[in-house]
Design a protein around this ligand. Structure first.
Ligand code: ADP
Ligand code: ADP
Length: 225
């Protein structure tokens, strides 16, 4: 039960409605892309799933449960931010395990998850560095590792690759797919990049001015007869 359902969900800031009457479901285990131009409401939609923004009206269900009033920390989510949001005073290792320590995950389990993540994301040897001493691509992999170790049902990514150069973006997309094949989370992935949407997504939700325009496979979104 890892699906997400929006039922008449709206979000307003003051008098401005930035997300209008969303009615759709994100299936368990799929990679769903939220795609659309800047300002169309992608981030806001993702942040409502993360519990970082309230729903103004309507109902949001995750895993069959109404989560409107469930705080972010109590949702089964892991999030990757565009700017990575690494803790600058913590080493790579500390960044990756911080959330697990807070959740009182047993030490042995933390060590095992850390090892897995370091190996999968090729971060071995960088454990004790501070974020400032990493390249952009390495920072991005730390952000992915920090999210992956939570083993959350819902994996939320907000333009996770937009600060990488083209070559790194290709390898990062492969890493993402690898992560998904291993953990089968439900992925919600925000981007304004059509190529990224087509290569990462099982389905694409096309947003424009807060309205869901289309929700279909990449083939059907881009090659409609
Ligand atoms: P996207 O992620 O598609 O670029 P956002 O979800 O970030 O779009 O923003 C959607 C709209 O909501 C934009 O017009 C933005 O200016 C506005 N907005 C986002 N956050 C706030 C906020 N905290 N207060 C007021 N307006 C906001
Ligand atoms: P966007 O590019 O969509 O605007 P940002 O990466 O700027 O997203 O981050 C959005 C917001 O999330 C920021 O206001 C920031 O304070 C908050 N944020 C960043 N990192 C975390 C975190 N680890 N936990 C909770 N909130 C965070």
């Amino acid at each position: 039960m890892k699906e997400i359902r929006f039922e008449n969900v709206k979000k307003s800031y003051g008098h401005t409605e930035v997300v209008k009457n969303l009615n759709f479901s994100i299936h368990e285990g799929e990679r769903l892309i939220l795609l659309g131009p800047s300002g169309c409401g992608k981030s806001t939609t993702l942040r409502m799933i993360a519990g970082l923004e309230d729903v103004s009206s309507g109902n949001l269900y995750m895993g069959g449960k109404l989560v409107n009033d469930v705080p972010s920390g109590k949702r089964e989510v892991a999030m990757v931010f565009q700017n990575y949001a690494l803790y600058p005073h913590m080493t790579v290792k500390q960044n990756i395990v911080y959330a697990l320590r807070m959740k009182k995950v047993p030490k042995k389990e933390i060590a095992a998850r850390l090892e897995d993540a370091l190996a999968m994301l090729q971060l071995r040897g960088l454990e004790d560095r501070l974020p400032k001493d990493l390249s952009g691509g390495q920072r991005q992999r730390v952000a992915l590792a920090r999210a992956v170790v939570k083993q959350a049902d819902f994996f939320l990514l907000d333009e996770p690759l937009s600060n990488l150069d083209a070559q790194l973006r290709v390898s990062a997309r492969k890493e993402l797919v690898k992560i998904h094949e291993k953990y089968k989370q439900t992925i919600v992935y925000v981007t304004h990049d059509q190529i990224e949407a087509m290569t990462v997504g099982d389905r694409i939700a096309l947003l424009n001015e807060g309205v869901l325009q289309m929700l279909d496979t990449p083939e059907n979104v881009y090659h409609r007869p």
